[in-house]
Write a protein that binds this ligand. Structure first.
Ligand code: BG6
Length: 482
């Protein structure tokens, strides 16, 4: 099959905390992701993020690191020093766009400084200028699971409305410095993760005694929604371009069968796990099903008319999302599949990778149609890909035919969605050059078209090697043949 859309943006995606390394260079502060040690996993199939261990006291132990533990995200894939080589590889593969994230802690290490950190700005100026010199577009995420830890410690994280102002100040600096070189902006990566794990953005229950966990997670999320709307307003005003998107971890599911009780259960799951987040950023108000849920959970969102007007008046210009898998939903207990955020049920029609993530190209076509019909905003697939445990062979490559199959299946789905009439304008493959896994904190879960020679303990040369999928992608870009 031939891919027909000529101006479609194909590219790769990374995130600072998983890719850059140099966690304390040039004035950067730590973020929570960099304070979680590597733990060899006995049981690869289990959901690795043990949220109960995410206390601030626990996290803080990493600063002294008396136990001499390894913290993988402090080292990433050393993109900080090898960014030119990495961008050259993306360009060689024929990519049109690089989605990356700026580390807030490089720009405002404590969040509350009056002036940004010049060294941090310099790094991103160099990186963006290099991208421009190579003719590759840039999509920038402003917050990819990396609120500076000092903001958590001093201000109690995102429960504190002052953090909204700090984020807006950070955004203003980015627009001033990089407004002319960044093509697309995403204020938050997977904004919905806050409603599962507010600790990931340095908001810890122990700093808010007497506040229920439900209140904590939904207030954190609310404050991030307001921050995003304010940033969109500011960006439109300062830059005059309609290039602001949301980023939501998309969790498409299917009812386990056509039994109406299961269909109702599925509908509720899709509202709460999926539509809620897109509704908030596209329509700018809480859907009634969420207001009912808040009543049930005794959650009272701290807000006011002014905030709600900001939300209503500043929807995003396009919707971006990550898409890795689908699951099933049933009223009765069913066997769970694994996933990045929330366990959904297994689907007997789908295969899964070694981590139990179910592979579903058709689900991407379904998702694109569903979101387009519902919101009528342009769509961008900000993350997609498949993790595998891989080793270099004697020819210094990886024969990753399974990744080629995965790409084919998902690229066909995009073409099908385009033929259905969906307005989708780009795709960035997750972890296009191997990086540290967000969920399992390991190097072994590799997504890249390019292999990076580091193991789970950051041992290795860090050298980059093209996998078979790199060559396939390059040919696809040249010929359009899927
Ligand atoms: C998304 C995140 O949830 O999924 C990425 O935005 C993450 O940061 C990706 O790496 C894949 O998840 P994992 O846990 O396999 O790295």
């Amino acid at each position: 099959m031939k891919f027909t859309k000529k101006d479609f943006l194909w590219g790769g995606a990374t995130a600072a905390n998983q890719f850059e390394g140099e966690y304390n260079k040039d004035g950067k502060s730590l973020n929570v992701a960099e304070m979680i040690p590597y733990t060899p996993l006995e049981d690869r199939a289990s959901m690795p993020m043990n949220l109960a261990s995410f206390t601030r006291a626990n996290i803080e132990k990493s600063i002294e690191n008396k136990a001499g533990l390894h913290y993988p995200k402090r080292f990433g894939s050393n993109h900080y020093n090898r960014y030119k080589e990495d961008i050259d590889l993306l360009v060689e593969a024929g990519m049109d766009i690089y989605r990356m994230s700026i580390s807030w802690g490089r720009i405002f290490p404590n969040g509350d400084e009056d002036q940004p950190n010049a060294k941090g700005l310099e790094f991103y100026h160099n990186l963006f200028n290099y991208c421009k010199s190579k003719g590759i577009k840039v999509m920038t995420t402003m917050h990819h699971f990396d609120t500076p830890y000092p903001i958590g410690k001093k201000y109690g994280g995102w429960m504190n409305k002052q953090v909204i102002d700090m984020f807006v100040k950070y955004a203003k600096t980015l627009f001033t410095e990089f407004g002319d070189v960044v093509d697309y902006w995403l204020p938050f990566n997977e904004i919905n993760i806050s409603s599962f794990a507010p600790m990931m953005s340095a908001t810890f229950p122990e700093d808010h005694p007497g506040v229920s966990y439900d209140q904590l997670r939904f207030q954190t999320l609310h404050n991030q929604f307001i921050a995003q709307a304010k940033v969109v307003a500011l960006g439109h005003e300062m830059l005059g371009k309609k290039n602001f998107g949301c980023m939501v971890a998309n969790m498409t599911s299917y009812p386990i069968d056509c039994n109406p009780v299961n269909v109702i259960e599925w509908q509720k799951q899709q509202q709460i796990a999926r539509y809620f987040f897109f509704d908030m950023v596209a329509k700018g108000e809480y859907p009634t099903y969420m207001l009912k849920l808040f009543e049930k959970l005794n959650v009272k969102i701290d807000t006011n008319d002014q905030e709600m007007a900001i939300l209503k008046n500043n929807p995003v210009d396009f919707l971006s999302f990550s898409y890795y898998m689908t699951g099933t939903v049933s009223k009765a207990e069913i066997e769970k599949a694994n996933g990045n955020l929330m366990g959904m049920g297994k689907n007997p029609f789908l295969k899964a990778n070694e981590w139990g993530w179910q592979i579903d190209g058709q689900g991407l076509r379904f998702t694109l149609n569903d979101l387009w019909d519902r919101y009528h905003l342009p769509l961008f697939i900000a993350e997609n890909g498949v993790g595998h445990d891989e080793k270099l062979n004697d020819q210094k490559t990886v024969e990753d035919d399974y990744r080629i199959d995965y790409m084919k299946e998902h690229f066909v789905a995009i073409q099908d969605a385009l033929d259905d009439g969906v307005n989708v304008f780009g795709y960035t493959m997750w972890g296009v050059i191997d990086l540290v896994s967000a969920g399992t904190n390991e190097m072994s879960k590799r997504y890249g078209l390019v292999y990076v020679d580091y193991d789970d303990y950051h041992k290795g040369t860090g050298d980059r090697f093209k996998k078979k999928s790199f060559t396939w992608f390059k040919k696809f870009k040249e010929s359009g043949e899927i």
